[in-house]
Each structure stands twice: as C-alpha cells, then as structure tokens.
Design a protein around this ligand. Structure first.
Ligand code: NAG
Length: 470
C-alpha cells in the first residue's frame, strides 16, 4: 500500500503538471493548456452565451462575429479568406500607426461630391473590413434596426442614409431614411458639435462630416441628430451621428460604424451624463458564440477584475493607451527589457485582429513558442503569421500559456482563443505579429481579447480585465 506521503507527492506532482486549473487556479502559474482540437474546427451552429445577457443588463447589446453563424448578416456576407483578413488587418494597423491629431476644415462645399473630392485627411482612419464584431441598434422614430461594426479606434458613428446622393454600397438592412423619422434633425454648421469633428465641411448652413479610412474607403454626409435605441429600455434622444450620403469601400454588409473612441463625437463621450463614460464588452471566444457590449457601470463580471492604467497621448487622442511591460511563455518571462515595449507605447483596439509587438519582443516570443511547440509539425506561414502548425490528426494538443503583463501589476493569461489563429486544423498559427520597428505603436488586438470581460472606465482612467466573460 502506498503511504500518505506518496499520495501527497503525487498530488504535488500532478498539480505541477496539471494543465487545467481545478481548484487553486490563480496562485499556481499554469505553464501549458490542453486544447481539445474540437476547438479548431469550424462550427456552423450558433451557441449563444447567456453571460451578460440582455435581460439582466438594460444597456447591453449582443456582440457577434460578423462572419460567424450568430451573425444576422449570415447568408448575405461573402466570406473573405483568412489571407485577405490578415492583409487588411495590416492595412488597418498601418493607418492606425500613421494617425496623428489633425483637425481639418474642409471649407465650403456646394455639394457632397465637392466635400468627398476635397482633402479629407487620408491618414485619418483605417480599414474596416477586418473590424469583425457587430451589434444591432436602431435609429430614428419609428426606430429602424441597423447592424453596425463597433470600433474603439474611431469616434464618429455613422450609417448609410437615403437618398444616397453620392453612392452607397450594398447593405443588408434597409437604408436609413431621415425623411421617415420624426425626430431627425441636421446639425448646424455653426454648432459647437460640428467643430468637434476631425473632418468637417458645410453645405449652406448644414454641417457635413467626412471620414476616410486607411484602405481608401470613405463616408461623407450630413452630421445629424436622431434618437438612438440601444435596447428596448435604453433610448438616447439627440444622438449625434453621420448620415452617410456618399459611402464607398469594402464595409461588408453592415450599415455603418458605432464609434467608441475617446474623442468628443464618440458615443462614449456623448452619453457621459447617462453612462459616466464607462463601457464594457466581451468578444465571443469563437465565431459561433456570442458576447456583449454594455454601457454604464452595471457591467457583468463573474470573476475579479484586474485594472491597468488607461493612458492618453496627445498624438492620438481617440485611442486607449495602456502599458505592456513583459510577456511570458510557459511560465518563463521572455528576456525583453520593458524599455522595448515603452518605446512606441501600446493601445487596445477592438478593430485590430492580431496583436502587434515590437520586433524585438516578437522575436523572443516566437522563439520561446516554437521551442514549446517543437513536437508538432510546422505548417506554412499565413500572411503576417509566421509560426504555424499542422495539428490535424490530434485529439488534444498542449500549447504553452502566453501571458501579457500590463501596467499596474496585471497579468493576462491568454487561453487558446487568445493565442491561436486557426485557418484550418492543418494551419494553426501563433496570433501575434511584429511591427516594423520597436518605435512603432503596439496594439492589443481582438484575438487576444476574446472571451475576456474588458471594462473601460474613462473617468477613473483604468481598463479592467477578467476571465470567462462570455
Ligand atoms: C438636412 O440637410 C439636407 C441638405 O441641406 C436637406 O436636403 C435635408 O432636407 C435636411 N433635412 C432636414 C430634416 O432638415
């Protein structure tokens, strides 16, 4: 018979080698995660998460992946390839990194074509095809449902509007028609709200807005006010948004954008009296599940939030900056000085897919990850992702835990959903990429945020994270 001390030693051993956190998780450093390869397979059925659901949270919206089975756009949305997603993600990142604080007056324009043709700063925006997460809200009275992308990297909310005097791209929802809404009004050119726009113009006395995104997509139209309905109980009168009369680009089938940046025109700033500039979301861990976006302090969080300072930088006032200080792989901290991370700073962005790191940090991460994954057959690179594996033929695989250390002592252990980008079971890639230079701005992208509760509290200047959000 084995002695109790044998059992105790065995218990310690199994704790040390246990990949799953059973009882005392949090204190122990997990070094690897066992991944059921089921996770790698596409699922055609939507399984809605009930965490943070609409019934319990009034100002809560359901967040879905635009191309997954939970998307209201499914069926109409032509799937774009993974390669295309990653190429566009790079265009998006390039334009975020070029973005600087410029306010430009577009002057007098006899018509929208004139405004569109004039110099809307090309460095102002970013590509949207990759901004994967969508919500459905409603504009006007009576209210008309519109499915739009939510984006923490931009400020102006807009939807395509009738009569599309310039042009409109194809969308799934009927176009918003301001003449059918009893609460719609144009914004006057002399209004202080018009001055808050980064790119603006005037058509007579009417304020025009314009946004050009990094891939050349544009939206131009009237800067308007109307009622925005977030949920049956949450109605925002006089919400300011762009009524897009000329919209060109690859926006997919969505009706527009919900801008959640830090600038004055954003929904977050506009609703300060009601929601106190606090919002939270959980991006669904897989394309076939659902998450939430909620406004105000009643956000759901099943586990304790860890808070990191929310920083701001004058060079890009719309962005939410944070500090990345270190990374560990399999419990081992990478030999990268914090100075490498601080050189270009970092932001958190819901519209960037893949997290971007300083090249020095990425090289160390890649080398440690490859070492831990050396038992698996490597697979060809996928666009910007250069560390891929063929995991077909396995029921279970073990991947090292990648943890991000943020300012304020936050340690974010990424699960499989936050570590891997799955093109197919024979091409599963490390979902990180390098910037061109250590001085380029780093970005905490949406793959790494999947499944987490992410809370933005602007007055307290903190961003909170917790696990198991959706
Ligand atoms: C808004 O302004 C445009 C252009 O001046 C005009 O065609 C439209 O009728 C205006 N809408 C309202 C409700 O005033």
């Amino acid at each position: 018979m084995a002695s109790p001390s044998f059992y105790f030693a065995f218990f310690l051993l199994s704790l040390a080698f246990s990949s799953a956190c059973l009882l005392v998780c949090g204190e122990e450093d997990r070094t690897d995660i066992e991944v059921d390869t089921q996770f790698l397979l596409p699922n055609d059925a939507c399984s809605a998460s009930n965490k943070g659901t609409l019934s319990s949270k009034k100002a809560s919206l359901r967040v879905v992946h635009r191309q997954g089975p939970c998307s209201p756009l499914i069926g109409r949305q032509k799937r774009i390839s993974h390669e295309q997603i990653l190429i566009q993600d790079q265009a998006h990142v390039d334009s975020l990194q070029r973005r600087v604080s410029t306010t430009s007056s577009l002057g007098e324009h006899p018509n929208l074509d004139g405004l569109a043709a004039s110099a809307i700063p090309a460095r102002n925006g970013h590509s949207l095809e990759t901004a994967n997460y969508i919500v459905t809200v409603a504009f006007g009275t009576p209210k008309k449902a519109q499915t739009i992308i939510f984006d923490t990297g931009s400020d102006v909310t807009w939807v395509q509007c009738q009569p599309c005097v310039g042009s409109c791209y194809m969308q799934q929802d009927p176009l918003f028609d301001p003449s059918q809404s009893s609460t719609y009004t144009n914004t006057s050119c002399s209004s202080a709200f018009c001055d808050e726009l980064t790119a603006r113009g005037c058509s007579g006395k009417t304020c025009l807005y314009g946004v050009q995104y990094g891939d050349g997509s544009i939206t131009v139209g009237f800067y308007a006010e109307d009622t925005l309905t977030l949920s049956p109980y949450e109605v925002l009168p006089h919400f300011r948004f762009g009524c897009g009369e000329r919209n060109e680009g690859i926006f997919g089938e969505v009706a527009g954008i919900l801008g959640l940046g830090r600038g004055k025109p954003s929904l977050v700033s506009q609703t300060y009296p009601k929601y106190g500039e606090v919002f939270a979301y959980c991006l669904p861990p897989t394309e076939s599940s659902t998450g939430y976006l909620t406004f105000g302090s009643g956000y759901p969080s099943s586990t304790k939030l860890q808070y990191t300072p929310m920083l701001s930088e004058a060079r890009a006032p719309s962005f939410y900056f944070l500090t990345l200080t270190a990374i560990s792989v399999g419990g081992q901290q990478l030999p990268v000085s914090p100075a490498v991370f601080s050189k270009g700073g970092s932001i958190i962005d819901s519209g960037t897919v893949i997290t971007r790191l300083p090249p020095t940090a990425y090289a160390a991460l890649r080398s440690a990850f490859r070492q831990a994954m050396s038992v698996y057959k490597s697979a060809p690179a996928l666009s910007i992702l250069d560390t891929c594996y063929d995991l077909s033929g396995y029921d279970k695989v073990k991947i090292p835990v990648v943890a991000l250390y943020l300012g304020g002592g936050v340690k974010l252990e990424l699960g499989e959903a936050g570590t891997l980008y799955v093109a197919s079971s024979s091409q599963v890639c490390l979902a990180f990429a390098a910037n061109g230079d250590d001085s380029d701005m780093g970005i905490l992208g949406n793959v790494q945020q999947r499944g987490l509760n992410v809370v933005y509290d602007v007055p307290k200047k903190v961003i909170g994270f917790s696990y198991g959000g959706c």
